[in-house]
Design a protein around this ligand. Structure first.
Ligand code: NAP
Length: 250
């Protein structure tokens, strides 16, 4: 995949899947905007990638004005946004519904769901004006089935998956390519938090069951190309052997 001349804005780029996605996109020639709350981590990654190709932007995706400002700063610096990767997400606090703290529960919705909408909303007018763009959203098996202790996460991921479908419905004919990626379990900080919670079968998985973060990163890059057009408005599962083969992972 040659991304020369393209710009990707990646949320949650301070570590895990988002950081590896930034590395993969930059390797393919893209300019990358790196958004996360951890200012130092995104600055360090921008330094690793190179200041010509990477822009670190402190941003909390649960705050609409911060997302809008980050999109504007990226367009100012690089001229356009061709790809939005909605990757930022949280799972803590894992809790049963009767004992969950409603404010903390709601904040997960603010990040995992509203953050995705804020990103889509902020990039759309620019993408449409330039004839199109790709909006990739990191989904989860939890979007499609209940998991104990994860009501906030399951509800937010299910709704975010619906945002991908709505985006496709409204804007495919304007050149917007909206696709979700369900990566399976990935060896990141999020899985460490899941393991520490001890609540459900996912927390019992052996660490070796998780795929490395560069796998979903490579899949997200592949999804920018026409081979993924069959999944527009839909979700790709990285558990699928055929997909792994197409991406070059198997
Ligand atoms: N790991 C898995 O097994 C797995 C499976 C399915 C789906 N996913 C999804 O994959 C995505 C990435 O997760 P990961 O596994 O790479 O976990 P991770 O290592 O914990 O990374 C999460 C990223 O999201 C960022 N983030 C969290 N809250 C944010 C906020 N309010 N504003 C901006 N950035 C925020 C974090 O940065 P800061 O804390 O610096 O803000 C971090 O960069 C998530 O959407 C997750 O739901 C993961």
């Amino acid at each position: 995949m040659d991304m020369t001349g393209k710009t990707a804005l990646i949320t949650g780029a301070s570590r895990g899947i988002g950081a590896d996605t930034a590395r993969e996109f930059a390797k393919a020639g893209a300019k990358v905007a790196l958004l996360a709350r951890s200012t130092e981590a995104v600055a360090e990654l921008a330094g690793e990638i190179g200041s010509d190709a990477a822009l670190a932007i402190p941003c909390d995706v649960s705050r609409q004005h911060e997302v809008a400002a980050a999109v504007a700063a990226t367009e100012d610096a690089f001229g356009s946004i061709d790809v939005l990767v909605n990757n930022a997400g949280v799972i803590e606090p894992v809790a049963h519904m009767a004992t969950a703290d409603p404010e903390a529960w709601s904040h997960v919705i603010d990040i995992n769901l509203k953050g995705v909408f804020y990103g889509m909303h902020a990039v759309l007018s620019g993408m449409i004006a330039r004839g199109g763009g790709t909006v990739l959203t990191v989904s989860s098996g939890a979007a499609h089935g209940p998991v104990e202790g994860w009501s906030h996460y399951c509800a937010s991921k299910a709704a975010a998956a619906m945002l991908t479908r709505c985006l496709d419905k409204e804007y495919r004919d304007k050149g917007i390519r909206a696709i979700g990626l369900s990566p399976g379990t990935v060896a990141t900080q999020m899985q460490k938090e899941i393991k520490a919670s001890g609540i459900n079968p996912v927390s019992q998985l052996d660490w070796s069951a998780h795929i490395p973060a560069d796998w979903p990163a490579k899949a997200l890059l592949w999804m920018c190309g026409p081979e993924a057009d069959g999944w527009l408005g839909d979700e790709i599962s990285l558990r699928d052997e055929g997909i792994r083969k197409s991406v070059g992972l198997a």
